[in-house]
Design a protein around this ligand. Structure first.
Ligand SMILES: [Zn+2]
Length: 499
């Protein structure tokens, strides 16, 4: 077993992320942290990495992104979710090859490693049919770059158009056309995950799979519960998008006679393996149900800001005992997958929720959510997201001689509120070096980025055709969006928007 000594680092140690002003030797054997000793005392090593001017932090866990959005970065702005989403699931999709999809996954993995992350959850849309070549390409992209990754397939068994309320107000011909768009069957989806989990269990492989039911309103109850059973049988995490927007609360009331989290609690869907993505528009009963079930919420503050979805009642969730993890969401809505930016947004946004500053989230709480909260959500418990003996070695070293840490008073605050300013010198994932001296060690980053530029330039016409196919859907959805604003939601829902 290979033994690496990370020499002379200043580390945030243990679950409390204690910072001591004394350098340490962190010993990594195989995939794990084997020992933490005083600096320059460990002699036996196969490899020594000098981190003597660095702060060693557990890698951030990005609990939510969509690799199918990476090539749509910067294409939209100032649209709410229900209007915007048709640009990333358009009637006419841009035809990407397996190589494109490989490059796309690699791009997200590279951005993750360059911005404080070591692990990501990719909720990837598979399009009209399951293409194993494309899925294998995504897994290979993550394998090659060296990130830890869990891949799900945003599964649904209802036509996308039928997940909206007031569909009867849309033009009949448009609804018929949207319902006729090809999509995989429920059985195909479940067989795909079952098959991949045999060789790609996330606790056995650095790159694995999980169960993703895209959103409850996009699934029949039968399919939702089949997803639940599959996640339990395979012992893998399960994710689903819930109440990101006000419209989704209206949707729950019209579909189920209750907001969606209440519905999920009623059908026995919630469990400690379940992560609800976004969970912005919640009432106190739903927060209680999440806490009782031991479920996680994936807080995506930067996405919630850029899509105008609203501000999550994070403090109420934390106080109730709900596990909170952090995610970036997709690069079409957010432009950036930068988890330091996400963490900074989570801390700053909590301060506009309530005038009572005792409720504001601290940088320390946010960093814990982005590391330990993510690990718990993904089934790793305390074996990931901490720097202590026995934990998986997913580590990021920031240069203390860079601007955000000069002068040094509180490394956690200076890491979280500086957002993107810290220089990253070294990244290790699963005990293997992925970035050193500022360079990725496993792939040729400049070459990959150049290839992406060249390939996307060649697809300019297809991007334009895809965008124009959205036009009629957008017009109809804008009318439906305004109609939904008139519908009432439970009066005790936490206010997620200023007005
Ligand atoms: Zn999402």
């Amino acid at each position: 077993m290979s033994r690496t000594v990370l020499r002379g680092a200043y580390a945030l140690q243990g679950a409390e992320m204690v910072f001591e002003r004394r350098p340490l030797d962190v010993v990594v054997e195989g995939e794990q942290i084997a020992a933490i000793e005083a600096a320059n005392t460990v002699r036996e090593a196969d490899h020594v990495v000098d981190l003597s001017r660095c702060l060693l932090v557990p890698g951030l866990i990005n609990g939510h992104l969509h690799s199918h959005e990476h090539f749509h970065r910067g294409r939209t702005e100032n649209l709410p979710l229900e209007v915007w989403q048709h640009y990333v699931r358009p009637p006419v999709a841009v035809p990407f090859t397996p190589r494109h999809v490989y490059l796309r996954a690699a791009l997200g993995a590279i951005e993750t490693l360059r911005t404080g992350g070591t692990c990501l959850v990719d909720d990837m849309a598979v399009g009209g049919a399951i293409d194993r070549g494309q899925i294998d390409a995504v897994l290979q992209g993550y394998d090659d770059v060296g990130v830890r990754a869990l891949l799900g397939f945003a599964m649904m068994d209802r036509p996308l158009v039928d997940n909206f309320p007031f569909v009867d107000t849309l033009p009949n011909e448009l609804v018929a056309r949207m319902r006729a768009l090809p999509r995989p069957t429920a059985a195909e989806y479940l067989a795909l995950v079952r098959d991949l989990a045999r060789s790609r269990h996330p606790r056995a492989r650095r790159v694995g799979v999980l169960v993703s039911a895209s959103a409850p309103q996009r699934c029949t109850q039968e399919f939702l519960l089949a997803c639940r059973r599959l996640a339990d049988e395979l012992d893998v995490p399960m994710i689903t998008h819930v109440q990101e927007t006000r419209m989704q609360v209206v949707t729950g009331q019209r579909f189920y006679g209750a907001p969606i989290v209440e519905y999920l609690a009623n059908i026995g869907f919630l469990s400690p393996r379940t992560s609800l993505i976004h969970a912005v528009w919640l009432n106190p009963r739903e927060i209680r149900a999440l806490a009782d079930a031991g479920a996680t919420v994936q807080h995506n503050p930067w996405s919630n800001l850029t899509l105008g979805s609203g501000v999550q009642p994070t403090r109420a969730l934390v106080d109730a005992g709900v596990n909170v993890s952090l995610g970036s969401d997709g690069a079409c809505s957010t432009v950036s997958l930068n988890m330091l930016q996400v963490a900074g947004a989570a801390a700053a946004l909590s301060k506009v929720r309530d005038a009572d500053y005792a409720t504001w989230l601290s940088a320390h709480e946010v960093l814990a959510a982005g590391t330990q909260g993510g690990a718990r959500a993904l089934g790793f418990g305390a074996a990931l997201g901490v720097i202590e003996r026995g934990a998986l070695a997913d580590l990021v070293a920031y240069r203390l001689d860079s601007v955000p840490f000069t002068p040094l008073h509180d490394p956690v605050r200076q890491l979280i509120y500086a957002e993107r300013g810290a220089d990253i010198d070294f990244v290790m994932v699963n005990g293997e070096v992925a970035l050193r001296d500022g360079r990725l060690t496993r792939v040729d980053e400049p070459q990959l980025l150049a290839e992406i530029h060249g390939e996307i330039d060649k697809l300019a016409e297809q991007f334009a055709a895809s965008a124009s196919s959205v036009g009629p859907v957008r017009t109809a959805m804008e009318a439906l969006y305004r109609r939904t604003l008139q519908a009432q939601i439970p009066p005790d829902t936490y206010p997620a928007r200023l007005r």
